[in-house]
Design a binder for this molecule. Sequence first.
Ligand SMILES: Nc1nc2c(ncn2[C@@H]2O[C@H](COP(=O)(O)OP(=O)(O)O)[C@@H](O)[C@H]2O)c(=O)[nH]1
Ligand SMILES: Nc1ncnc2c1ncn2[C@@H]1O[C@H](COP(=O)(O)OP(=O)(O)O)[C@@H](O)[C@H]1O
Length: 206
Amino acid sequence: MAKRGMLIVLSGPSGVGKGTVRKEIFSQPGNNFDYSISMTTRKMRPGEVNGRDYYFVTKEEFEKEIASDGMLEYAQYVDNYYGTPLKYVNEMLDDGKDVFLEIEVKGAMQVRDKVPDGLFIFLTPPDLMELRQRIVHRGTDDLETIDKRMKKAVGEIEMMQNYDYAVVNDEVPKAAEKIKTIIRAERWRVKRFLPDYKKQLGDALK
Ligand SMILES: Nc1nc2c(ncn2[C@@H]2O[C@H](COP(=O)(O)OP(=O)(O)O)[C@@H](O)[C@H]2O)c(=O)[nH]1
Ligand SMILES: Nc1ncnc2c1ncn2[C@@H]1O[C@H](COP(=O)(O)OP(=O)(O)O)[C@@H](O)[C@H]1O
C-alpha cells in the first residue's frame, strides 16, 4: 500500500538533548528517517556545516522565504529565525518516506495545525537544574543567553500537554529506545490505513 510518509516532530527545551538523542536514533540501522534540515539566521557554531546542520542564511533571505510561502513553519527564537523549508518535507512525505523534524514548540504547534496526523513527541529533562547544567556544559552559549534559554524553557515545558508523547531524557540510549518504540507503534495507527482501504472499497464495488 503506497501510504504517505509520517511526519515525526521532536521538540523540547533548548539543551534538553534533542540533537544528541536524534543522532543516537539515526546512527542505528533501520532508523535513517529523512531529516529535514532547518533554515536559520543564527551564526554558525564551530564544527557546524552549512547544509548539514542548518542552512545558514541572512535575515533578508529568511524573510523572502516566508513571503513566498516557502516555510512549513517558522519561529523567532532568542533573537533569530528558525524554520522548516516546505518543499523537501512535502516531497519526502509524498514519496512515502517518514520525515523527522527537530524544532522548538511554537513551530511544532504550527505544524500540528497543518499536519494533524503527525506524530508529536516532547523530550523533557529530568529536572530544571539538570537542564541548566547541560546547557552550561555544552559551552556554546554565554551566561546571558543561557538565562534567556532557561526562562524560555519553563514556558516550553508547559506546552508539553499539546504533544502525543513525553519522553524524559535521563540517559541518551534509553530516551532513543523509547522514541523508536513510539515511532514503530505509530506506523500502525488506524488513521493511516483508512484512506487506502476506503479507496480500495470504492474500486472493488465499481
Ligand atoms: N520552529 C523551529 N525551531 C527550530 C528549527 N530548527 C531548530 N529549531 C529550534 O530552535 C532552537 C534553537 O536552536 P539552536 O540555536 O540550534 O540551539 P540548540 O538546539 O539549543 O543547540 C532549538 O529548540 C531548536 O530545536 C526549525 O526549523 N523550526
Ligand atoms: N541524557 C543526557 N545526559 C547528560 N547529558 C546529556 C544528555 N543528553 C544530552 N546531553 C548533553 O546536553 C547538552 C545539550 O544537548 P543537545 O543535544 O545539544 O540539546 P538540544 O539539541 O536539545 O539543544 C550537550 O552537551 C549534550 O552532550
